[in-house]
Design a protein around this ligand. Structure first.
Ligand code: ATP
Ligand code: MG
Length: 566
């Protein structure tokens, strides 16, 4: 059984916060932040960070800021900022009036850089990027000092001001911290603080031609916002000594950085660089393609914010890298949709049946329960008539041993309707089945007292004339391997793309679905959970995305594990 995740579990970060609160540290404030770089759309890995940061603030009556870490004008765009705002809001979180931009701090960050220069802890370096790399050394060899390291403070200050004033070319000079070129931590070997970049910034336009490096900006942004617990992924563990060094040298407020393992998901890539490649090279239709692990892709696919939040809470917070099973994410969306969706009928591979003993032209409105899990969802009616569609795979001319659906001479129940019997098959000259003739038993209407005669198979169906056409998009995993980065030599992750990740069908659906609005979710009986596409669906041509099939491989895996443990 999968445990109940509505009760939040303890994790090591909560233990740290609880201990800090008990000590009265930071005046017992809890202030977190989610700090995306606006260089792509948010993905499910970011959702984990969002749920963690906003969740902790909620739990400890603190606050969580949304802060754009927009220090790199080359890769950042307004479109990304808008999408991130939309996605965090959609996930259900509110930053109130605390929407910040690193670029709003550019003046302050520059002042602090001058302060570091004045204290003799930073210098302007004229080495080229290539030389800086060479001087840095390696993990086994110490680096060596830049020949510009001992410039007098006055000269450094003058050069920095002239860098800012635009006197120098891109790449000709940088401002560097003066720390230790022999440190075993490469981040501490006189890291770059400012670089020259004559590029317009989406927000500050041409005000600046020098831009702070991420490592300079990030810790100071947290300090400026008086973040108490600065949560970040493990790759920043080695940067923490540098952030702390800056904060101590400058004598400013010092947040506590805590690292946790990033979310990895099987059959999925979670790197903006790779996701951008998929978009730019046309492997998907955009950042919001329903096969993408982006929040906007998952939203379009039919995922609910609740299912994503529950998933993130369930995978929890670890100190070691690990890979979550995508089947677990699918489990949570099934759980949620099972409770909230109406069951409707849609035939994806239509096969026509004709009920010979049903009156020509008669249409009967049959009652159907919308959701057996939710009494308040009520009932609707569906038109029944002489000509119907069932699924091709629900008929076998020569049924195999375990096939209990329609076959010559066999009886099945049509859901919400009658028991029918297959009487005759009509084929074309090529031997393809054109239609199946059946009879029905009027005494077997669903819900009638005398109708409890049992047959083994129950099929879904729609009326031929009283159904509507819809495009149905069946999605499968985007990659064929659990680890998409497991590739042959010379190939990259794209060689593992699943060529069958999208199958498009022309389906027939109940006429009531004509009223469905973009984003509405349904269970198509026996076929899975579907939602009306928010982009391409129109009243003239309905388009449904399959969110997940019904089969729950995760529950099966759990059962198997439980059995093995016994
Ligand atoms: P990517 O590696 O996908 O390009 P990033 O880390 O560069 O992502 P940012 O915009 O810097 O993207 O991330 C914003 C926040 O989200 C950071 O605090 C980062 O640590 C966190 N984050 C990013 N990816 C993940 C992940 N897979 N799991 C958990 N947190 C993540
Ligand atoms: Mg990052």
């Amino acid at each position: 059984m999968i445990e109940d995740t509505t009760t939040r579990s303890k994790n090591f970060i909560k233990e740290i916060i609880a201990a800090d609160l008990a000590k009265g540290k930071n005046d017992s404030r809890v202030q977190t932040r989610f700090p995306p770089e606006p260089n792509g759309y948010l993905h499910i890995g970011h959702a984990k960070s969002i749920v963690l940061n906003f969740g902790l603030a909620d739990e400890y009556q603190g606050h969580c800021n949304l802060r754009f870490d927009d220090t790199n004008p080359v890769k950042e765009e307004e479109e990304y900022i808008q999408s991130i705002i939309e996605d965090v809001r959609w996930l259900g979180y509110d930053w109130e009036d605390r929407l910040y931009f690193a670029s709003d701090y550019f003046n302050r960050l520059y002042e602090l850089a001058e302060q570091l220069v004045k204290s003799g802890k930073a210098f302007v370096c004229d080495l080229t990027a290539q030389q800086i790399r060479e001087y840095r050394g390696t993990l086994t060899d110490p680096g060596k000092n830049s020949p510009f390291r001992d410039r007098p403070i006055e000269e450094n200050l003058d050069l920095l001001r002239r860098m800012r004033a635009g006197e120098f070319q891109d790449g000709s000079r940088v401002l560097r911290a003066k720390i230790d070129m022999t440190s075993p931590n490469l981040n501490m070997r006189d890291p770059v603080i400012y670089r020259i970049l004559h590029t317009e910034h989406p927000r500050t336009k041409d005000t600046w031609c020098i831009y702070p490096m991420y490592d300079w900006a990030h810790g100071l942004e947290d300090s400026i916002e008086k973040i108490t617990h600065s949560l970040c992924t493990l790759e920043f563990e080695d940067h923490r000594p540098l952030y702390d060094w800056y904060l101590i040298q400058l004598g400013v407020y010092r947040p506590q950085q805590i690292e946790f393992a990033r979310l990895n998901l099987s059959y999925t890539v979670l790197s903006k660089r790779k996701l951008l490649q998929l978009v730019q090279e046309g492997h998907v239709t955009g950042w919001d393609d329903p096969r993408m692990p982006t929040i906007s892709g998952l939203r379009r696919r039919g995922y609910t914010p609740e299912s994503i939040r529950h998933f993130c809470e369930r995978v929890g917070i670890a100190k070691k890298d690990n890979i979550a099973d995508i089947a677990l994410l699918e489990y949570y969306i099934r759980e949620d949709l099972n409770k909230r969706t109406s069951r409707v009928m849609a035939v994806l591979n239509p096969l026509k049946i004709i009920i010979d003993n049903y009156p020509v032209g008669q249409v009967e409105q049959l009652e159907a329960i919308n959701n057996p899990e939710d009494a308040e969802a009520g009932i609707r009616t569906i038109p029944f008539s002489r000509e119907l569609y069932i699924e091709q795979e629900d008929f076998q001319e020569e049924p195999h041993r375990k096939f209990f659906r329609l076959a010559p001479g066999r009886e099945v129940r049509l859901k919400h309707a009658y028991i029918i019997k297959c009487e005759e098959i009509v084929k074309d000259e090529m031997g393809n089945i054109l239609e199946i003739h059946c009879s029905y038993d009027p005494q077997t209407k669903s819900g009638d007292a005398q109708s409890n005669r049992k047959v083994k198979g129950t099929l879904h169906w729609v009326s031929v004339t009283n159904s509507i056409e819809a495009e149905v998009r069946l999605y499968d995993r985007l990659f064929v391997k659990a680890n998409p980065d497991d590739v042959e030599e010379g190939a990259d992750f794209k060689s593992n793309l699943n060529p069958q990740s999208l199958e498009i069908k022309s389906a027939r659906v109940e006429p009531g679905l004509l009223e469905a609005q973009p984003g509405d979710r349904f269970q198509f009986l026996r076929r899975g959970y579907f939602c009306v596409d928010i982009k391409d669906s129109t009243p003239e041509k309905l388009v449904f995305n399959r969110t997940v099939p019904l089969r729950d491989s995760w529950a099966r895996i759990e059962k198997m594990n439980a059995r093995q443990k016994q």
